[in-house]
Design a protein around this ligand. Structure first.
Ligand code: GDP
Ligand code: MN
Length: 388
């Protein structure tokens, strides 16, 4: 689950990590007094206005403005709040800015890149840092890979203290007080908050020699939200694709894509394979949809509803493996769902596994307009053939 910069900073602050301080504004009529509050509480004449959306690259897109006076801050805040912000991460549609963060301005001596994530190959957490902060880290990785330093953390094998010392030396911060504690605290925040990713770009050294998180991007492991009650409340539905949100309410794993062949599959691996075969036959999948192990009438009906809410869909490919679930049951479910929903696109059904033969008979005998197929290859070819 992605969260906003101001929320990520709140979590960091709970672990005594110094952050660039500020307040959130959601209504234009709170702009003026919030600017005053930032200026007086944090003793900073200049302020920074920052759009809060679940995407990076806001600075380049015009969503982060450094303002030297209150007047400029008012202007910037009124412009950014409510704007449609386009960055290289939002896609061309952009994102509506529903809230802004107004912060103190810092005098920056150096900008660093800092991140913590899990390295599957080494089965351990890894610090990734660079002296080339504040810019796209992807560019640094491509042009100056030697500027990216990694330090692994694994109890016993790579103690936290070794990793922290490695990054302190790499960033040339050993002269400054408290940095060991700050990096240890960030690590504690990362592990105790069940983060998939904790990225601070930039982490800055200020002119008065303080190390401060100026930006923060945190992604929380959604499977851990049951034990992260406070963080779960940070969920912002307005940042999600409405169809994906609806699907999660139905308990379906759905990701919208740009093609026109709708896919309904049980199992994530089979769903990926199905999308590959659709592409192999020259088609473009409209979505990833895993209806889960127990595909029954309701899940199939809900799956149809979600797929058909996407106006691009011109045919639907159903690919279900009957392992736990019996294929004849799925076939009856498909027939019932198609009848109830009045479909106006072609449907190809491929059922394999327990009672597959019986299922095919049921489908072939039914009076509704379905095409049945035996192999995934044949099914994909037919579904793609309908839209070409
Ligand atoms: P992003 O573009 O979405 O990553 O947003 P950031 O929060 O990282 O801000 C973008 C850039 O604005 C930073 O890399 C800084 O260079 C600049 N910036 C933000 N806050 C301040 C500040 O307080 N002082 C100065 N000098 N620059 C700032
Ligand atoms: Mn940033």
């Amino acid at each position: 689950m992605k969260i906003h910069e101001f929320q990520a900073k709140e979590i960091l602050a709970n672990y005594n990590v110094p952050i660039q301080r500020g307040y959130v504004v959601r209504e234009a009529n709170n702009i003026e007094h919030t600017i005053n509050k930032v200026q007086s509480n944090f003793d900073s004449d200049a302020v920074v206005v920052k759009a809060q959306i679940h995407a990076g690259g806001r600075g380049k897109g015009g969503g982060v403005k450094f303002c030297s006076t209150s007047e400029k801050a008012r202007e910037a805040a009124n412009e950014i709040l409510g704007m449609n912000l386009i960055t290289h991460q939002t896609g061309e549609k952009g994102k509506l800015v529903n809230q802004i963060l107004i912060t103190e301005a810092l005098d920056i001596k150096k900008e660093f890149y800092f991140a913590l994530m899990y390295d599957r190959a080494k089965n351990s957490d890894v610090f990734i840092v660079s002296t080339e902060g504040g810019v796209d880290i992807e560019e640094v990785a491509e042009e100056k890979p030697e500027k990216i330093i990694k330090a692994w953390v694994k109890e016993g094998t790579y103690p936290l203290s070794d990793a922290v010392n490695t990054i302190i030396n790499a960033l040339d911060l050993s002269l400054y007080d408290d940095v060991f504690e700050i990096f240890s605290n960030i690590y504690e925040c990362y592990s105790k908050s069940d983060c998939n990713l904790l990225e601070i770009n930039p982490l800055v050294l200020t002119e008065d020699d303080k190390v401060i998180a100026l930006d923060a991007k945190v992604d929380i492991d959604s499977n851990a939200l049951f034990r992260q009650e406070a963080i779960a409340l940070y969920h912002d539905e307005s940042e999600e694709d409405p169809l994906e949100l609806k699907a999660s309410e139905y308990g379906l794993n759905y990701i919208k894509l740009d093609g026109n062949v709708g896919c309904m599959v049980n199992g994530a691996g089979l769903a990926m394979a199905t999308m590959d075969i659709v592409k192999h036959h020259g088609g473009e999948p409209a979505n990833f949809l895993d209806v889960g192990g127990a595909a029954n009438v309701d899940t199939i009906k809900n799956g149809f509803k979600i797929i058909l809410s996407d106006p691009n869909v011109k045919s639907i490919l159903i690919n279900i493996f009957g392992g736990i679930v019996r294929c004849d049951r799925v076939a009856n479910g498909v027939i019932q769902a198609v009848k109830e929903l009045n479909l106006n696109v072609g449907v190809v059904v491929r059922l394999q596994g327990t009672n597959a033969k019986l299922a095919k008979e049921i489908l072939d005998k039914s009076d509704i307009d379905l095409i049945s197929a035996e192999t995934i290859d044949e099914a994909a070819k037919k579904a793609v053939g309908m839209v070409l």
